[in-house]
Design a protein around this ligand. Structure first.
Ligand code: SF4
Ligand code: FE
Length: 483
């Protein structure tokens, strides 16, 4: 059965020769680095949960081609039920990790490449779909985590890729050979790349014929010669290396992003899925973005569940749980969180089959989903901070709590309700801090804004999909306007 255990995943990551840099140094062993390890644990959870009988239905699927049970993260959605289960799986993992578990980008890349390669072949007589299917089978059989790399650095936003002063600000082909191509460029804020064995690279915007060299999509192992990764700093990241797990808030799990450089990387022909067909770059981008906007209706909701729970626990520990305004704030947080879930489920339930045989989400509803995600987690966060109180940012460190001389004062004066230890009160406040201001805030706050495209990108799609003319017609009919 092609399902890896969490332990096997860990071992497979140890074997990779990744080029990872952080704080100006090469990290020889990213797997055991205290700052990076929590992010690996989050991906590991996608393997661990798939082994548990109670989660089998959400975490795994039967591939209709091979008949084998595979991890849902490498599954091609074949029905609206599959699309719904994807969102439910993401909510579950958000609940279990309270962070970004990173593996969704590969799943969304698989599904957008599946239909797009089919469409390119049909229009251009190419053989990309067959190549892609071979690659997909390889990933499914080996249960690989695959990064979906889309976002180029983009330089001057007013200029097309070929117009940039530095042509490498969008990833492009620099050499064409009989056996493949050589590419140069970078992909910015790559979620989970250091915890992935493979990466699928896609263009970042719709392209015109002048940008032919930029219309390139391919897959390579993450330790391919020429690829290196520079880890993005996260707020409070070095707390993970201080040896005070209480201060971290969520010491077990986390997310990670890296600026990933492709410094003249060779890509063999059988790993190329788009090469110069500029008219399909926008299609691939739109589909990938659509799937990832659906994803946020699952993962952010799961993390939201943890934050709502943490706020409720903080209210209990403060002795404020019975106050009517606290109850009302928890209701509001739940209402906002479940609204996001409604959007994730709705765009899945309204999905439709593509000609290639997989299922596409309803693009309008997926974009509405993500537009709401750019707002609601901010309000949920505001309410959590309101309920928690200022101590979540002024509390002394774990070292002070444990100190033989001053620890007793921290213990005495920072106690809330007497039946709860000060340590437990601080634990829940640090978790709220982690989710709203610390390392997990990358995934829960700013990623809610910019991940899967910034708010304006969704508004463009909403304008395109909103069918305003149909709505005008409805109004004119009701108003009996004859033109
Ligand atoms: Fe998955 Fe959410 Fe992280 Fe994207 S932000 S990779 S959907 S957990
Ligand atoms: Fe994301």
């Amino acid at each position: 059965m092609p399902l890896m255990t969490g332990k096997e995943y860990l071992e497979s990551m140890r074997k990779l020769k990744l080029q990872v840099y952080m704080f100006g140094k090469k990290i020889e062993n990213p797997v055991d680095d205290p700052i990076l390890r929590p992010s690996l644990n989050s991906v590991k959870a996608t393997y661990d949960l798939a082994q548990m009988p109670e989660y089998e239905d959400l975490m795994t699927a039967i591939d209709p081609v091979s008949g084998k049970r595979i991890n849902r993260f490498s599954h091609i959605h074949r029905s609206t039920e599959d699309l719904i289960k994807k969102v439910k799986m993401q909510r579950l993992l958000g609940q279990k990790t309270a962070s970004c578990f990173q593996r969704c980008v590969g799943m969304d890349a698989f599904n957008s490449e599946f239909s797009t390669t089919y469409d390119i072949d049909k229009a251009c007589g190419t053989k990309y779909h067959e190549r892609f299917l071979k690659y997909l089978t390889f990933c499914q059989e080996n249960d690989l985590t695959v990064d979906g790399a889309m976002t180029d650095p983009k330089g001057d936003r007013s200029l097309a890729p070929h117009q940039q002063v530095d042509p490498d600000l969008f990833l492009h082909v620099v050499e064409r050979r009989a056996d493949g191509v050589v590419v140069r460029g970078a992909k910015a804020h790559q979620t989970g790349i250091i915890n992935s064995q493979e990466v699928i690279v896609m263009p970042t915007i719709a392209l015109t014929p002048e940008d032919k060299d930029y219309a390139i999509s391919f897959a390579v192992p993450t330790d391919t010669k020429g690829i290196f990764m520079i880890i993005g700093r996260q707020s409070c990241d070095t707390r993970k290396s201080e040896g005070t797990e209480l201060d971290v808030g969520n010491s077990e799990f986390g997310g990670v992003e890296a600026l990933t450089i492709f410094d003249d990387v060779f890509v063999p022909n059988d790993r190329i899925f788009l090469n110069g067909e500029t008219e399909f770059a926008g299609v691939l981008v739109e589909r990938f973005a659509g799937y990832h906007r659906q994803s946020y209706g699952g993962c952010k909701v799961g993390v939201g569940d943890v934050l709502i729970g943490a706020a409720a626990v903080a209210a209990d520990f403060n002795g404020a749980a019975k106050a009517s305004h606290v109850k009302d704030k928890l209701i509001e947080m739940t209402h906002l969180n479940e609204t996001l879930y409604c959007c994730g489920i709705a765009c899945s339930a309204e999905g439709t089959p593509t000609e290639s045989g997989n299922y596409m989400i309803d693009l309008l509803l997926a974009n509405v989903c993500k537009q709401n995600v750019t707002r609601f987690p901010y309000e949920i966060t505001r309410l959590a901070e309101d309920i928690a109180g200022g101590l979540m940012v002024t509390a002394p460190s774990e070292k002070d709590l444990r100190d033989p001389k001053i620890g007793k004062y921290v213990e005495k004066y920072l106690r809330g309700v007497h039946s709860v230890s000060t340590e437990n009160r601080l634990r829940i406040l640090r978790l709220i801090e982690n989710l709203t201001l610390g390392t997990a805030a990358v995934g829960y706050r700013t990623e809610s804004m910019h991940g899967a495209g910034s708010p304006q990108a969704q508004r463009i799609m909403i304008a395109r999909q909103g069918n305003l003319n149909m709505k005008k017609k409805l109004a004119k009919e009701i108003a009996k306007i004859k033109e």
